[in-house]
Design a protein around this ligand. Structure first.
Ligand SMILES: Cc1cc2nc3c(=O)[nH]c(=O)nc-3n(C[C@H](O)[C@H](O)[C@H](O)COP(=O)(O)O)c2cc1C
Ligand code: SF4
Ligand code: FES
Length: 677
């Protein structure tokens, strides 16, 4: 281990508060792992014990004390990928590499790891190879990907704004840059397009826009002609020559006409996502032209209480899952006296089947920054943190650049838009732990500790990050703030039903024909979403079950699909809206396997603080295995139900208390899958 490299990392973080995780990331980046001999120096430099350093390393899936392989292959094991053959892909990955998850090949070429959602849930099964996510991967494709990884063929990732200037009128061509578009080939399409255009002398300006969220059409290449954006869907590299040859004519077989006239988009009510796909995510000019900064300019004319009152009047509820009224939380932080306060954006987005936070960050990052600045001004905080999951490397890259540009543009830093008020934001990357999406767990890792959940009270709004009042919100809640202030709280409240106001970003994933981001008012039914927008399953088979709200969400049978999307209506069913993930399964799904996975996931991700979750989840897996083996079935079914009751009532946080939802809903609605035979 090179001591000078370690010294420079430690020096770089000398002033960072809660530096342990950023330091460990930097050390792992430099050395490929965290060398055990670095632990003592890290501990001394950060004035923590060696046990604390080890504690953090061993808490996370993504930190390692041993060297890994030259290539890291992560196979998604989560529900949306399971619904389209993910379990077969897991088996193929083991067979092709000769490794089990967590192992490295003897020649040091490959480490095989499991991952629980890569945010590519509409185009699974998903695999990540180093920093590149691949979608719709089957065993053959995985074999090819492994082959090219072994021969070190790198995948080109073109940034935004690349162009191939040539003579004549310049045609603007948009190729989406988000994770899902990339996972199904957009980067290679962009690269091929540039090369082919240059060799033909075709005057083309390539814009890497965000994505429209229509994952089923990706790569959705667009051109701008006569003030209209014309789309070409599912473009492959093989289509590039003919597109250029035809001058992107409307007669080309890939042409889907005017993108904004596509019924799939027209029938949505896009508010939070109104800009995505239209703009270059990092262009501040695009952002302003498309309505950005109006909310912040307005907020600067209001008092802190007026901003909080607007939030209250809007009826906005937190989008991270708990649906707590935002205005009440903002008021608590505002009313708690303290010289220092913080805003924390929860971008952990660990729920399988969800990708809306990722899409915001990759396709419209300034909207999140604008929402956070407004939040800071309102509650009296001058510092914000974004806690982003490590599974989103593209989002991390886009957000780092967006932060730099926003600072250079004068709306982050010591003097926000010349107002004399300060607010700056730091991006922090997680290290692979679902529980770190729980707000107090996230605060713990931001402070440099294991992500063990804290007991509440005290609420983070009163005693949060570094013991200071902290406003912690999901990405979607913070971006909704810009709509509330730009269009007025009444407009926001005017959409939705009952106590669920505004729009919901539904993420349609799993076994669905037309998956992607569908923003609709609360009150829309699940049936409308999966049948009208989703057009049924990708496999063409009947839908059997729909899981809503991530791994802690219930499985809903057809009799419940007409329930309006509304927090209270779903709660009455014993189900969750959660973060809006909708994962569709066809009639080949084995609900006993899904129930087992729910328990297994809880056991894997439990922070370990309380016994029902830590031990009970493992007992749950064992019970389901006994039921599968027809071992004293009736008694074990009764025991499982009893165990679920204990988890529900005696767990400290929702990881333990909600795991029974998927398990018990599977048993209740599909008893035949738990019967003998
Ligand atoms: C196990 C667990 C995981 C969670 N994961 C997330 C997450 O990934 N993102 C998120 O915003 N909230 C997550 N939450 C909810 C947060 O604890 C918290 O309610 C939320 O960040 C508050 O923001 P909001 O008011 O905007 O919803 C999770 C909760 C639990 C119990
Ligand atoms: S329920 Fe599970 S994750 Fe939550 S505090 Fe208890 S052990 Fe930790
Ligand atoms: S990418 Fe596999 S579940 Fe989300």
């Amino acid at each position: 281990m090179n001591q000078d490299v370690l010294s420079s990392i430690l020096e770089r973080h000398a002033e960072t508060r809660g530096a342990l995780l950023p330091v460990l990331h930097a050390v792992q980046e430099a050395f490929g792992h965290v060398p055990p001999e670095s632990v003592t120096r890290i501990a001394e430099s950060l004035r923590v014990s060696r046990a604390e350093v080890h504690g953090l390393i061993t808490f996370f899936h993504d930190l390692r004390l041993e060297p890994g392989g030259r290539t890291r292959v992560q196979v998604c094991r989560a529900e949306a990928c399971q619904s389209v053959g993910g379990r077969d892909l897991e088996a193929a990955a083991r067979q092709l590499t000769g490794l089990d998850f967590g192992e490295t090949s003897a020649d040091g070429s490959i480490t095989l790891d499991a991952v629980y959602c890569l945010g590519n849930c509409a185009c699974g099964p998903s695999v990540r190879i180093d920093d590149t996510v691949h979608g719709a991967v089957d065993a053959n494709r995985l074999a090819a990907l492994l082959e090219s990884a072994r021969s070190d063929v790198s995948v080109v990732n073109l940034g935004s704004g690349a162009s191939a200037p040539a003579a004549g009128a310049m045609l603007r061509v948009f190729v989406p840059s988000d994770t899902t578009a990339g996972a199904v080939g957009a980067d290679t399409v962009a690269q091929t397009l540039l090369r082919a255009a240059a060799s033909r002398g075709f005057a083309l300006e390539l814009v890497r826009n965000g994505s429209r969220g229509a994952a089923w059409l990706e790569p959705l290449v667009e051109i701008e002609r006569d003030g209209q954006r014309i789309g070409f869907a599912n473009v492959t590299t093989a289509d590039v020559e003919s597109l250029l040859e035809d001058d992107f004519a409307a007669t080309h077989p890939r042409c889907v006409g005017a993108v904004e006239a596509l019924p799939w988009l027209v029938r949505q009510q896009r508010t939070t996502f109104r800009r995505i796909g239209r703009t270059d995510p990092l262009s501040l000019a695009d952002y302003r032209r498309e309505g950005g900064m109006v909310a912040l300019q307005h907020a600067l004319t209001l008092s802190q209480q007026q901003i909080v009152d607007a939030l209250k009047a809007s009826g906005l509820r937190g989008r991270g899952g708990a649906a707590f009224p935002s205005g009440i939380k903002w008021q608590t932080v505002l009313d708690t006296p303290s010289a220092q306060k913080f805003v924390v954006c929860n971008a952990e987005e660990g729920d399988s089947g969800t990708f809306a936070d990722r899409l915001v960050i990759e396709a419209d990052p300034y909207q999140l920054l604008e929402g956070m600045v407004i939040a800071g001004l309102a509650v009296g905080a001058d510092k914000g943190f974004i806690g982003l999951r490590i599974e989103y490397p593209r989002a991390a890259g886009v957000m780092s650049q967006a932060l730099e540009r926003a600072r250079a543009d004068g709306w982050l830093g010591t003097d926000v838009l010349g107002s004399g008020r300060a607010f700056d934001i730091e991006l922090r990357i997680g290290a692979g732990a679902y529980v770190c999406g729980e707000e107090t767990s996230l605060l713990e890792i931001l402070e440099g500790r294991r992500g063990t959940v804290r007991a509440k009270p005290p609420l983070p709004a009163i005693k949060g990050l570094f013991g200071k009042p902290t406003l912690i919100h999901n990405v979607l809640s913070l971006v909704a703030v810009t709509s509330v202030l730009a269009e007025g709280p009444e407009a926001y409240w005017g959409v939705g039903i009952a106590r669920s106001r505004g729009t919901l970003a539904v993420q349609l994933g799993g076994n669905i024909k037309r998956g992607g981001l569908v923003e609709v008012p609360f009150g829309t039914s699940l049936r409308q979403l999966v049948e009208d927008f989703g057009a049924g399953t990708r496999s063409g088979r009947p839908i059997r079950a729909i899981q809503v709200g991530g791994p802690l969400g219930a499985y809903l049978p057809p009799s419940q699909w007409d329930t309006p999307l509304d927090y209270e209506a779903f709660a009455a069913l014993g189900a969750l809206v959660g973060h809006g993930g909708v994962v569709v399964f066809d009639d080949t799904v084995d609900m006993r396997a899904q129930a087992r996975f729910a328990m297994e996931f809880c056991a894997l991700e439990s922070c370990g603080k309380c016994t029902p979750c830590r031990i009970g989840s493992t007992r749950g897996v064992e019970l389901l295995d006994k039921i599968s083996a027809d071992d004293d079935r009736a008694a074990n079914m009764a025991l499982l139900e009893d165990l679920c009751g204990t988890l529900t009532n005696a767990s400290l946080c929702a990881l333990g208390s909600l795991t029974p939802l998927p398990v018990m809903s599977a048993i209740r609605h599909w008893p035949e899958d738990f019967a003998a035979g």
